[in-house]
Design a protein around this ligand. Structure first.
Ligand SMILES: Cc1cc2nc3c(=O)[nH]c(=O)nc-3n(C[C@H](O)[C@H](O)[C@H](O)COP(=O)(O)O)c2cc1C
Ligand code: SF4
Ligand code: SF4
Ligand code: SF4
Ligand code: FES
Length: 615
């Protein structure tokens, strides 16, 4: 139980005195990505082996949050040197302890191999995926046990809260956040300090602080990783916000599909309360604030702030018109501050290092860093944190390692379902909130989906419209009917049934939906169409005028055949065809019966001689 700022400092000192940073340390990533690769078995094997070798007290086994490079999981980092091993199995664990930790030998087969050079890389910091990043928000993710408040405190945790309770007034805190120029990381990019100021100026007997941890964008998992890997940072950020606006009650609105994040958050809240860093009279300052968890059930629209408020209140999660904004009238009609997970996680850092430091990186209008989840057709799938102003090329090629199988880059989708697809000619765009909007996309929450030459942009627009149609709450006509209409037109294109009039109608529908839909889901729903049309109009025209899909994706517009010159009659394709559409004797040329073919592409993928063609 900590009763003062001094108690916290003393605790930090005593924790740090106990920690020997030169002691051998095995860090196993325990994030959701690595769990999918059975990291729990690796953790159990390390535990058993350490016990059998009598080393449990001599070597620290640390289960951390996500390190970002999820596709290489399970990841293991050996400290203090930072030796990076990937794709670890339980069978490797004994060897790691005996060879690397006890004898100092590097196990070559477990090292990361740079696909570009073929070189093996020993240390985490030297891997290109990490080298190009600037980790501020994710800095502690790989270094602390997210279930241990002591780990967080050792790394200066809650020092910013203490400063905000004892050394700064609420006005000072808000001024620092305004000076930092931090913009909300949940999508809109609204200046965080201003939002805090507005909420602080609203007069009420009760105010609320809400953390938006809904994260509904397909492919995005930045917020989940922060909450799984460093939940204390979010709690600290929210408590500082509460002190700044004068709130005593907070909620984290998190989707129930994030069980590990919910679990870690619950543990973190419990230990934060036990240490008197949350609850009544925090650190003896007289300030009281507590946080409850509110679980959502995964409707994308519940991430919209007014819908989120309704959902916490136990009502149907649908948006309401603004104004009034939540800062004036939010949860149960009281002023409410809503920020995103990453926004809150930035706060302790800003209060610790100062606004001047924070604004030293980033661009004119967007300061600090941004966490992106890099997915799709990219070699290094994972979470990356870079300063605002980094180019798309740096993220996709230097950090992301480029496109697999030497395929050509085609587009990158940023900003989630309502964002846009950016083409090759924009690879050198320095990304920040404003630049992305200028070119017809958005920052959104930071999802980045990379697409290669085999992607059909009309089909991509159809995919996002389908998502938006499914997720539209149906409350207002422009969104409910408008998305349905856009989707049916785009679907016609993919079937070769579209006309130039359809295209014109699409262009007319888009601005109307934008100006008349109630919430941003509907208002931005035309973006997938408009952005693909802006940069890939030729693909639309090919579908409409030539009845051709240049990427060879749209099933109605392609056909499969077999090149008799190349076919050796191995029968592989015929055996795998689900429709029995392929015939031919063994060692004789095979043929496809077009009327039976459903264009699944299995024959194309399975032919060892590349005899199957598609056009
Ligand atoms: C359909 C829709 C979904 C949204 N989903 C999220 C979300 O999952 N997480 C989030 O932080 N913001 C989401 N937002 C934005 C929020 O409404 C709100 O602007 C944000 O939480 C404010 O926090 P920030 O200022 O820190 O960005 C969504 C908005 C819309 C329209
Ligand atoms: S724009 Fe769409 S999601 Fe938003 S309120 Fe209207 S129907 Fe619902
Ligand atoms: S798999 Fe290729 S080579 Fe073998 S029968 Fe089919 S088309 Fe011919
Ligand atoms: S595309 Fe699919 S259905 Fe058509 S011939 Fe090939 S395997 Fe059979
Ligand atoms: S979950 Fe292990 S690196 Fe992301």
């Amino acid at each position: 139980m900590l009763r003062s700022a001094k108690d916290l400092r003393d605790l930090r000192k005593s924790i740090n005195q106990k920690i020997d940073y030169n002691q051998p340390r095995i860090t196993v990533c325990g994030g959701t990505g690595c769990r999918a690769y059975s990291c729990e078995k690796v953790i159990a094997a390390f535990k058993d082996n350490l016990a059998q070798l009598g080393l449990t007290d001599k070597i620290r086994l640390l289960v951390s949050g996500c390190h970002g490079f999820c596709e290489l999981g399970p990841l293991v980092v050996i400290g203090p040197q930072g030796i990076f091993y990937n794709r670890i199995t339980p069978e490797d664990t004994k060897e790691i302890i005996e060879e690397t930790i006890q004898k100092g030998n590097i196990i070559d087969r477990l090292l990361y191999k740079d696909p570009a050079t073929g070189n093996k890389i020993v240390y985490e910091k030297d891997i290109p995926f990490y080298k190009g990043q600037k980790r501020i928000v994710l800095k502690n993710n790989g270094h602390i046990d997210p279930t241990s408040i002591e780990d967080y405190i050792a790394f200066n945790g809650f020092a910013s809260l203490s400063k905000c309770l004892f050394e700064l007034s609420p006005e000072d805190i808000i001024k620092e956040v305004i000076d930092s120029c931090l913009r909300g990381r949940g999508g809109g990019g609204f200046p965080t300090g201003l939002k805090w100021k507005f909420t602080s100026e609203s007069k009420a007997d009760q105010k609320y602080v809400v953390c938006n941890a809904d994260e509904g964008d397909p492919g995005a998992y930045m917020d989940r990783s922060i909450m799984e890997g460093n939940p204390f940072a979010v709690i600290e950020g929210m408590t500082i916000a509460a002190r700044a606006i004068g709130s005593s009650k907070g909620y984290v609105y998190i989707r129930a599909e994030y069980p590990l994040a919910v679990h870690h958050l619950n543990l973190a809240l419990k230990s934060t309360r036990e240490h008197n860093l949350l609850g009544e009279d925090i650190l003896g300052s007289g300030f009281s604030f507590d946080i409850a968890i509110s679980k959502g059930s995964g409707a994308f629209v519940c991430g919209e702030e007014t819908a989120l408020i309704m959902s916490i209140e136990g009502r149907e999660g649908t948006p309401k018109p603004k104004p009034p904004f939540p800062a004036q009238k939010g949860l149960w009609g009281k002023p409410t501050l809503i920020n995103n997970v990453e926004t809150y996680a930035n706060i302790p850092i800003i209060m610790d290092r100062g606004a001047t430091w924070f604004t030293s990186f980033g661009t004119e209008g967007s300061k600090g860093t941004k966490v992106f989840s890099l997915v799709g057709k990219i070699n290094n799938t994972g979470l990356v944190e870079v300063p605002m102003g980094t180019t798309l090329r740096q993220i996709i090629f230097d950090i992301g390692g480029g496109i697999p199988n030497n395929k050509k880059f085609k587009a990158v989708q940023t900003g989630g379902p309502s964002g846009g697809c950016l083409p090759e000619q924009l690879l050198d765009l320095t990304i920040d909130f404003d630049k992305l909007t200028e070119v017809g996309s958005m920052m959104g929450s930071g999802g980045m989906i990379v697409m290669d030459e085999n992607t059909c942009m009309v089909d991509v627009a159809r995919y996002f419209l389908t998502f938006l149609q499914d997720e539209s709450c149906g409350k207002c006509v422009p969104c409910r009917e408008g998305i349905t209409q856009m989707l049916s037109i785009v679907t016609r294109f993919t079937k070769g049934q579209g006309t130039m009039e359809d295209l014109q109608l699409l262009r007319e529908l888009a601005p109307n939906i934008k100006s008349s839909a109630l919430c941003a889901l509907g208002q931005t729903s035309a973006n997938p169409v408009l952005a693909t049309l802006r940069y890939f109009e030729h693909e639309y025209l090919a579908h409409i005028q030539d009845k051709r899909c240049p990427a060879k994706v749209c099933k109605a517009l392609i056909k499969y055949g077999i090149d008799p010159e190349k076919c050796i009659g191995c029968t592989k394709c015929a055996r795998q065809c689900p429709e029995g559409a392929i015939s031919g004797e063994k060692k004789a040329v095979h043929t496809i019966n077009e009327s039976k073919c459903i264009r699944c592409g299995i024959c194309f993928q399975s032919c060892p001689k590349h005899a199957v063609w598609v056009e």
